[in-house]
Design a protein around this ligand. Structure first.
Ligand code: ADP
Ligand code: F6P
Length: 322
């Protein structure tokens, strides 16, 4: 194995740069030439690569985003797009690919692997929806940003005796919402994995005021059926009966930006180095993640084909501690 490529795909995640840096530096140390693919799978289809040496990845670790760029690429979902990508890599002498990304990106990676191209995945998404990694690159930073927002909102909520709906990201997954609710001391949490009765949430908020609380916070995952907008509409419809003053904040992409935390930089560095180790061993078709603190390999098929369950004991904890 002489030449490999690395790309970042899907929603960017703080720490992706640290993973690229680790791939390049570990690769070079193992005598590999490493190419960076610009703009995710789009760059793979267009043959948009740049050679990366150890200097090219200096000074990037502390920056959010991904210096290679990322994209959502519809063409790559077609077999034609995937075969074009493989033809380009073969022509450029690229013998293996490392894909840094989340569930969708690793599904694309699996497609390349099924076509017989040697690939390795690195678990990176703020959603934390990949089986095969307890946590993924970007989750810690995103969680801390959500938490800071909740802490700030609590102060203004208390001053005005208000209730707040705080919506965090999480396309099909309530991980971020649940963690943020526990760490932020929220009164209620709404996740896509559990059916929500808006009236029950309303009762929880009313009871919080009755117990003498000066504010009430509901953390809502964007992917829930009753997201913040839907819940706000329900509360508005019943506002005379419920009697609390409500505001809504959608944190959105703020969670994906900014400086990666130490936890994310270290996780990304470990996963990047471990992915190259697999390339050197000639062991392909796996997602590299972290399980119980150790590097773990999971077949891509399992990583993307299985739904990651929500930890119900944490959901119960959030309920007890509100
Ligand atoms: P994430 O990796 O953050 O979950 P997406 O779901 O948007 O992000 O996926 C990123 C990219 O991965 C898509 O734009 C597409 O190019 C590729 N991809 C997603 N799903 C598939 C699929 N079923 N087959 C092939 N490629 C896919
Ligand atoms: O997959 C990561 C994520 O941030 C999800 O939480 C969110 O639903 C989605 O990406 C947003 O995508 P975009 O950046 O394309 O708006």
């Amino acid at each position: 194995m002489k030449r490999i490529a690395v790309l970042t795909s899907g929603g960017d995640a703080p720490g992706m740069n640290a993973a690229i840096r680790a791939v390049v530096r570990t690769g070079v140390m193992n005598g590999l030439e490493v190419y960076g693919v610009k703009g995710g799978y789009e760059g793979l289809i267009n043959g948009n690569y740049i050679p990366l040496g150890t200097r090219e990845v200096g000074g990037i670790m502390q920056h959010g985003g991904t210096f290679l760029g990322s994209a959502r690429c519809l063409e790559f979902k077609t077999e034609e797009g995937q075969l074009q990508a493989i033809r380009n890599m073969t022509e450029a002498g690229i013998e293996a690919l490392i894909v840094i990304g989340g569930n969708g990106s690793q599904t694309g990676n699996l497609a390349l692997s099924k076509h017989g191209f040697p690939t390795v995945g690195i678990a990176s998404t703020i959603d934390n929806d990949l089986v095969g990694s307890d946590t993924t690159i970007g989750v810690d930073t995103a969680l801390n940003i959500a938490l800071e927002a909740i802490d700030r909102l609590k102060t203004t909520a208390s001053s005005h005796q208000r209730a707040f709906l705080v919506e965090v990201m999480g396309r099909n997954c309530g991980y971020l919402a649940l963690q943020a609710a526990i760490a932020g001391g929220a009164e209620a949490v709404v996740v896509p994995e559990i059916e929500t009765d808006p009236e029950k949430i309303a009762t929880t908020l009313v009871s919080a005021y009755e117990r003498g609380k000066s504010h009430a916070i509901v953390v809502v995952a964007e992917g829930a059926k009753y997201n913040a907008t839907a819940l706000a509409a329900y509360f508005e419809q019943h506002k005379d009966r419920l009697g609390f003053d409500l505001r809504m904040t959608i944190i959105g992409h703020v969670q994906r930006g900014g400086t990666p935390s130490a936890v994310d930089r270290i996780l990304a560095s470990r996963l990047g180095a471990a992915a190259v180790e697999q390339v050197v061993k000639g062991n392909f078709g796996n997602l590299v993640g972290i399980i119980k603190g150790d590097i773990a390999l999971t077949p891509l098929q399992t990583a993307v084909g299985t739904k990651k369950p929500l930890d119900m004991s944490l959901f119960e904890l959030a309920d007890v501690l509100d």
